[in-house]
Design a protein around this ligand. Structure first.
Ligand code: 16G
Ligand code: ZN
Length: 558
């Protein structure tokens, strides 16, 4: 009844009246945790309705990723294991922001009723996960309370899991033959650990005695990824006995001074280009290290350079370069003539990818290179168009998508193919999370690729040398930002205002003209989707040129 609903909503009231409006951005709802209680409750309701309607499993992840500890957020996972379908975003947003919750719910029910292609299932399941933030537990309770109201068949609370673990588990729950299977993270470790072990066992045998396990130092950003390194290691030891990887965990959140994402984690390391806390420059010089972000859906590698905070970084662009190199080699091993020509292999980047990485990828045979708009969903969608689609943002979010049937079709017509090489490729591609970028899966895939290519960290870092680049932001009011129209496909230029784009073009050409042949430079401006700022990206052959161009353009925007 309305009275019951009213009571349920009053149990999860907005923080103030009226509450600050919450947009469902690329990262879901995200804000200071103090204003999120009612949003969590309503997201629980929404998730349950979607689960009931589709008679499938839907996920809800409570996290604010690389944000500060006092923030939190929620992202919904669709039955496919991917992000919430875009057409549902405004419907959810309207409900979460409705002044009158009961009326909002009525409108929501009407809209969901009107959705095409959904059955009146009546079953459905909501799976909930959370990161390690202090506020997460209370917010998860609100999500579950909301889901309970809508008569969903079951609610499974996975506790502290990484964002990609939740995506994967939802996908598995809805896969054919999933009935009766246990729902939990063991499925995840078995799948990814298993794929890695299979790949490893297909490598040429190591000389005996077996080499010492390869050491990797993992910065877990004091986040949820820290809890998963030990079980991953155990799984590898059990299947490969002994494990070829030795994972040393740092910033695991167990020390009283450990703060989530504070001077550590993938976002910090990639943006600041500084060693995370706890990594000693002198002691660890030359060692292979990596950083995850707070919910472990991003990963970057680095190695301390010896002096103070200096490091050598392998970011998302370089991970894409490594994976493409490995895949190319594997395809060539299966069929020397074809080298993968018969397959559609592509790599998807954004305009922020360093020009040197794009040039490197461009020269790989039979690899299509595409640039799309910023935001994981755009990269994911573009990568889906290939038989093997690699995608990465420079910030370390990415994965490799594969169409298994197409791979099989291609290989089946290769005469005298190398069966073991084919199995190796299949195993390698099996290491990647098909639903989202995944720090743990990417860690395994990176270690696998380095071993296969017989590359050290230094070899990998030297695949290409980044062009000097500068990223700046200028705070501007929303109404001004709204006038900036980036190119709808690649954001490398502005289609509006044309005068601003013309002045960018002029500045870039004059810098190139000053230096003459062989000098390259590039710059673009785009309004941020997550902050009220306009971002400026500049790269040039020389650091001095990049600085000059950046200063000149910044002055034009401000
Ligand atoms: C969001 C996106 C991220 C993108 C960033 C750009 C997802 C899950 N996350 O965090 O991919 O790099 O926005 O932010 O899509 P900006 O629009 O402020 O530059
Ligand atoms: Zn994240």
């Amino acid at each position: 009844s309305d009275a019951d609903l009213q009571a349920a909503f009053s149990g999860h009231p907005p923080s103030s009246s009226p509450p600050p409006p919450l947009p469902y951005g690329t990262a879901g709802f995200r804000a200071n945790s103090a204003v999120l209680l009612h949003a969590m409750h309503r997201c629980g309701i929404f998730a349950a309705l979607r689960a009931v309607k589709t008679n499938q499993t839907v996920g809800a992840m409570v996290t604010a990723s690389h944000n500060v500890e006092p923030d939190n957020g929620i992202k919904l996972v669709d039955p496919t294991g991917g992000m919430l379908e875009q057409s549902m975003e405004p419907i959810l947003t309207e409900f979460v922001n409705a002044d009158d919750a009961v009326q909002g719910l009525r409108r929501l029910l009407e809209k969901i009723e009107a959705q095409p292609g959904v059955a009146n299932g009546g079953g459905g399941r909501v799976v909930v996960g959370q990161d390690t933030r202090q506020s997460s537990e209370r917010l998860v309770k609100a999500v579950k309370d909301g889901a309970q109201l809508m008569g969903v068949e079951s609610i499974v609370d996975l506790g502290e899991v990484t964002t990609p673990q939740l995506h994967f588990i939802v996908q598995q729950c809805n896969a054919a033959g999933a009935e009766g299977r246990r729902i939990g993270e063991s499925v995840y470790f078995e799948h990814f650990g298993g794929a890695f072990a299979r790949f490893w066992s297909l490598l040429p045998p190591s000389p005996s005695p077996a080499p010492a396990p390869s050491s990797l130092y993992v910065d877990a950003a004091n986040g949820v990824g820290a809890l998963k390194i030990a079980p991953l290691g155990e799984h590898l030891s059990a299947t490969l006995s002994p494990s070829p990887l030795s994972l040393s965990l740092l910033n695991d959140g167990t020390q009283p001074t450990d703060q989530l994402n504070e001077e550590c984690g993938a976002e910090y390391v990639q943006k600041m280009q500084r060693l995370p806390r706890g990594f000693d420059a002198a002691e660890m010089v030359g060692k292979r290290c990596c950083s995850m972000d707070g919910d472990a859906d991003r990963l970057v590698y680095f190695s301390p350079g010896g002096e103070s905070d200096h490091l050598i970084l392998c970011d998302g662009d370089k991970m894409a370069a490594l994976y493409c190199t490995a895949i190319q080699r594997m395809l060539a091993e299966i069929d020397l003539q074809d080298k993968g020509k018969g397959l559609r292999v592509g790599v998807v980047q954004t305009a922020y990818a360093n020009g040197a990485s794009t040039a490197f990828l461009d020269q790989l045979p039979h690899v299509d290179v595409r640039c799309v708009k910023t935001g994981v969903k755009h990269l994911h969608r573009a990568a889906e168009e290939y038989d093997v689609g690699v995608y990465f943002e420079a910030n370390g979010h990415g994965t490799v998508l594969v169409k298994r049937e197409r791979l099989g079709e291609w290989a089946s017509v290769v005469e005298g193919r190398d069966e073991r090489a084919y199995e190796r490729l299949v195993a390698f591609l099996g290491i990647f999370n098909q639903t989202t970028g995944d720090a743990l899966a990417d860690l395994l895939a990176t270690e696998a690729a380095l071993k296969y290519l017989n590359m050290s960290f230094a070899d990998w870092a030297a695949l290409y040398t980044e062009l000097p680049c500068r990223q700046t932001k200028v705070a501007l009011p929303r109404w001004v930002l709204n006038r900036l129209q980036p190119h709808p496909e690649h954001e490398k230029t502005l289609t509006q205002p044309t005068e601003l784009q013309a002045s960018v073009d002029t500045a870039v050409s004059s810098l190139i003209a000053q230096h003459g042949d062989g000098y390259s430079a590039r710059a673009f401006i785009r309004p941020s989707g997550t902050e009220d700022v306009c971002r400026l990206y500049v790269e040039a052959t020389t650091a001095e040129g990049a600085d000059r161009l950046s200063d000149e353009l910044k002055a034009k925007i401000s």
